[in-house]
Write a protein that binds this ligand. Structure first.
Ligand code: S3P
Length: 426
C-alpha cells in the first residue's frame, strides 16, 4: 500500500512521541531476569518492543497490559526461562535478537532465534564471535540468523574490545556475562548508547580513552518499576521537519535526551537550527526534557568520527535536513548504516536523487548539496521504518505530492507517525 503526502505551509502543535524503543527492549529483558514482578511505565506500543515481549512469552515469561501504556512483567530470575518449543521469532528487531542471544547463550537449554526477511540478512557474526570466545556454541547460516544456540555450555568471562561501535553487541556480551564465570569486560573505543550499563547499574571506567564496562558472574537484577521516556530517535523526524518547513513551531514533551543518543541536537545547532531544550530532569535513571523547534535557515555541515554512533539512527532524516541546508553536507564513517533494516546510505541516496537532490554516495557516507528544490516524486520505504519516516519529512518541503510505498512499516518504532504528521501539518 502507498501513501501520498502533500507539501505543508507550516507545522504547528505538540507531537505525541512513542516510548523509547531501546530502553523499552532492555526494560522488558531485565524484568524477565529479575525475581518477581516488574512494572514498566510507558512501555512502547511499537512493533519491535512488542516482538521482545512475544519472544519472552515463548521463553515462559508472561506480561500483561495494566492500561495507560504500563505493563507488568513476571520475572523468573536469571535461571527461570523455559525452553522454547519453537524458534524464537524476533520479527524485524535486531536489538531483540542480539540482546536475547547473549541471554540464551547462558541457558541450560538450546534455542533458535529467527526473524523476518530483513533481520535474517543482518550480520550476526559480530555477536557469535564474542559469545564463542566466552565458550558458547553458536551456529549461524552464512553469518546471519537463524542463530542456533546450544544449551549447557559453561561460559567464561572475557575482556572484549568492540570492533565496531555497537550498543547491541556490547549489550549482548554484558548479558552473557551475567552467566559467565568471573568478570566480563567490554572495552569500548567509541562510545555507543549506554542504556544497558545504566540499567544494570554497572560501573564505568575510562582507561586510555576507552570506556570499560564490567559485569560480574551472577550480578542480580532487582524487580523494579522502569519509566520509559519518549523516543529521541522518533523526535528526530519532527526536529528536522520543524526546522525545514517555514513558519513552524513544534513542541515535543518528555523526550529522552541521554547524551549518548542526542547528538542530533548539537549537529542541528551547528547547522543553525532554532531548538530549545527545557525542563531537563532525570527519571528512572534517564535524562528527559521538553523540546521546542522553530523553522530556521540551515547551513551545511560535516559529520564524521565519534559522533556517528550517537546519531546513527538519525542520519536518514539528517540527510533530508542536509538537502535543505545551504552548501555541501558531508557525512562519513557511517558504514554501519549499510547493515541496518536496509542499506540506509543507498536508500537515502536513491530517494533523495528521485526528489532531484544532488547526492554522492561513498562506501561510508554521503555528500548532499543544498539547498535543493525537492520535486514531489514516488519513493520507496525499502520496508524500513526510518526511511519511510524520513521520506514523509522530505515530502513536506517538496513541490507537489509525494508517494511512499509501504509507509506502514513506520509502526516498527512509531505507530502513530503519519497521524502525528497530519495533525501538525493541519
Ligand atoms: C540499538 C543500537 C543501534 C541502533 C538500533 C538500536 C540498541 O544498533 O541502530 O536502532 O537499542 O542497542 P547497533 O548496536 O547495531 O549500532
Amino acid at each position: 500500500m502507498s501513501y501520498t503526502i502533500h507539501p505543508a505551509d507550516q507545522l504547528e502543535g505538540t507531537v505525541e512521541l512513542p516510548a523509547d524503543k531501546s530502553i523499552g527492549h532492555r526494560s522488558a529483558l531485565l524484568s524477565a531476569l529479575a525475581d518477581g514482578r516488574s512494572r514498566i511505565v510507558n512501555y512502547p506500543q511499537s512493533a519491535d518492543p512488542r516482538s521482545t515481549l512475544a519472544c519472552l512469552e515463548q521463553l515462559g515469561i508472561s506480561s500483561s497490559d495494566d492500561g495507560d501504556n504500563a505493563i507488568t512483567v513476571r520475572g523468573r530470575g536469571l535461571h527461570g526461562l523455559h525452553p522454547p518449543s519453537m524458534p524464537v521469532d524476533c520479527g524485524n528487531s535486531g536489538t531483540t535478537m542480539r540482546l536475547l542471544a547473549g541471554i540464551l547463550a547462558g541457558q541450560q537449554f538450546g534455542s533458535v532465534l529467527t526473524g523476518d526477511a530483513s533481520l535474517k540478512q543482518r550480520p550476526m557474526q559480530r555477536i557469535a564471535d564474542p559469545l564463542t570466545a566466552m565458550g558458547a556454541h553458536v551456529k549461524l547460516r552464512q553469518g546471519c540468523a537463524p542463530i542456533r544456540i546450544r544449551g549447557r555450555q559453561e561460559l567464561e568471562g572475557i575482556t572484549y574490545r568492540l570492533p565496531m561501535p555497537s550498543a547491541q553487541v556490547k549489550s549482548c556480551v554484558l548479558l552473557a556475562g551475567l552467566y559467565a564465570e568471573g568478570a566480563t569486560t567490554v572495552r569500548e573505543p567509541v562510545p555507543s548508547r549506554d542504556h544497558t550499563e545504566r540499567m544494570l547499574g554497572l560501573d564505568v571506567e575510562e582507561v586510555g580513552g576507552e570506556r570499560l564496562l564490567t559485569v560480574e558472574h551472577g550480578h542480580t537484577i532487582p524487580a523494579t518499576t522502569w519509566h520509559v521516556p519518549g523516543d529521541f530517535s522518533a523526535a528526530a523526524f519532527f526536529l528536522v521537519a520543524g526546522s525545514i518547513v517555514p513558519n513552524s513551531e513544534l513542541r515535543l514533551n518528555n523526550v529522552g535526551v541521554n547524551p549518548t543518543r542526542s547528538g542530533l541536537l548539537e549537529v542541528l545547532d551547528d547547522m543553525g537550527a532554532d531548538i530549545t531544550v527545557e525542563n531537563e530532569r532525570v527519571k528512572g535513571g534517564e535524562p528527559q526534557a521538553d523540546i521546542t523547534v522553530r523553522s530556521a535557515d540551515l547551513e551545511a555541515t560535516t559529520i564524521s568520527g565519534p559522533v556517528i554512533p550517537n546519531i546513527i539512527d538519525e542520519i536518514p532524516v539528517l540527510a533530508v535536513a542536509a538537502a535543505c541546508a545551504a552548501g555541501r553536507t558531508e557525512i562519513r564513517d557511517a558504514e554501519e548504516l549499510r547493515v541496518k533494516e536496509t542499506d540506509r546510505l543507498s536508500a537515502m541516496a536513491d530517494n533523495l536523487q528521485s526528489f532531484g537532490v544532488s547526492v554522492r554516495e561513498y562506501e561510508d557516507g554521503l555528500d548532499i548539496d543544498g539547498p535543493a528544490v525537492l520535486k514531489g516524486t514516488s519513493v520507496s520505504s525499502f520496508d524500513d521504518h526510518r526511511i519511510a519516516m524520513a521520506m514523509g519529512v522530505a515530502a513536506l518541503v517538496a513541490v507537489g505530492p509525494t508517494t511512499i510505498d509501504n509507509h506502514k512499516c513506520a509502526a516498527v518504532s512509531f505507530p502513530r507517525f503519519w497521524e502525528e504528521l497530519e495533525q501538525v501539518s493541519g
